[in-house]
Ligand binder design. Sequence first.
Ligand SMILES: O=P(O)(O)OC[C@H]1O[C@H](OP(=O)(O)OP(=O)(O)O)[C@H](O)[C@@H]1O
Ligand SMILES: O=c1cc[nH]c(=O)[nH]1
Length: 463
Amino acid sequence: MSRSKRYHRSQPFFIGVAGGTASGKTTVCDSIMQRLHDQCVVMLSQDSFYKGLTKEDLENVTSYNFDHPDAFDEAAMVECMLQLRDMQPVEVPIYDFTQHQRSTECRRVEPSDVVIIEGILVLHMQKVLDLLNMKVFVDTDDDVRLARRIQRDVAVRGRDVGGVIEQYTHFVKPSFDMYVAPSRKHADVIIPWVRNENMVAIDLITEHIRMKLQQPDLRRIYHNLEVIPSNFQIRGMHTIIRDRQTQTNDFVFYADRLLRLVVEAGLGHLPFTERSVITPTGEPYVGVDFAKRLCGVSIIRSGESMENALRACCQGIKIGKILVHRHKPCPILANGDGPEVVAGVGARGKSRGNCHMGGSIVEEELIYEKLPADIAERHVLLLDPILATGNSALRAIQVLLEKGVTEGKILFLSLIAAPDGIHKICGTFPRVKVITSEIDAGIGDQFQVIPGVGEFGDRYFCD
Ligand SMILES: O=P(O)(O)OC[C@H]1O[C@H](OP(=O)(O)OP(=O)(O)O)[C@H](O)[C@@H]1O
Ligand SMILES: O=c1cc[nH]c(=O)[nH]1
């Protein structure tokens, strides 16, 4: 087996486009696709995932609610999205609107940099929503939509006007009010779609997508991830701390310099208030005031290496501590017996994952915490230089949440992060801001970051 088990791979940028019937979703998607002609873009329609009607349904087709979430095969849709997320081609069903059945043929969709998914309920279906990187709602006047719907269903889907209006009144409108309109609250962008266009909105959306596509993959996916901008100084310092020949005093010196940069970047995400001062020239300077209610929390032991950097930036800041216990890797016994779990705190080679013990999963355990009594009222800078599997950080964040700290007030600061840990923390806590200085390739068999720095705590604290 290779030394590094899991590397992060590229993933597409998923855009969901929702809105009421005949709101102009397809036109919006086509316009985005045209603008991104130099990128690899594919489109999925929620309509492809209509469930085929049963014989009984077909007998009472006028009573069938095609606008209800149950009319769609959400699981199949999510499965397609997951395959595309894994950069696998998918076979997308083809739905025949005249027969209300899935065709026996499928449409093959190749993996792509951008996947656009349109449909009335894409912002209503939670599992779909969870996979979207950008959510758009097309907002079109109800009368305009009804007029377009009549035109389309008569011309393209072989329906009569009376039937279309009947269906609209009984099903389309109530479902819009019940499911589609409320899903607007999940949108990142609401496009007022007037006279069948809003090119300013389309330009803004495509610019945003282009910007995201230029970013390294994980930042494209997680809005709550920041990697501090690199330069040759930063690369040089990383080169020194990663070199196994580097002695402790140099390791500490350059790690401290990098940690200070990460802490400064983290502080930059705190809220501020406006403050004006008069400079010695007698002229006003309109500036800002730092956030007041802060505290640091270090994850023992390595996180304590970041306390000096935080104190240097924020004089007198309160710093709490959390110690979580991880389990050693489950040894595969030579006689083939089941895994044994050995508990150890701060020991080398311990597992960063949840460990199976007697068939059940053992979570990282909280051993010790000492936190400011009023922590729930503070912004918390959670300190740990290495994010590997993310299990330690996950447990520490859970402790903070249990203490009443809200997710949006937690900033997790690390020096080096592995993709596994980023997925775990950014995915589980979308409002926790994660700041790091470099993202490494993966994690190895012993749950060490690859290429990493080895055991940070040993290199920083032990001569
Ligand atoms: O993301 P994870 O897989 O949980 O791994 C990251 C943890 O590993 C390191 O601690 P370590 O176990 O080396 O202990 P130490 O801080 O006492 O050296 C690091 O400081 C994190 O706390
Ligand atoms: O590579 C790693 C992983 C966890 N903790 C470390 O100190 N280093």
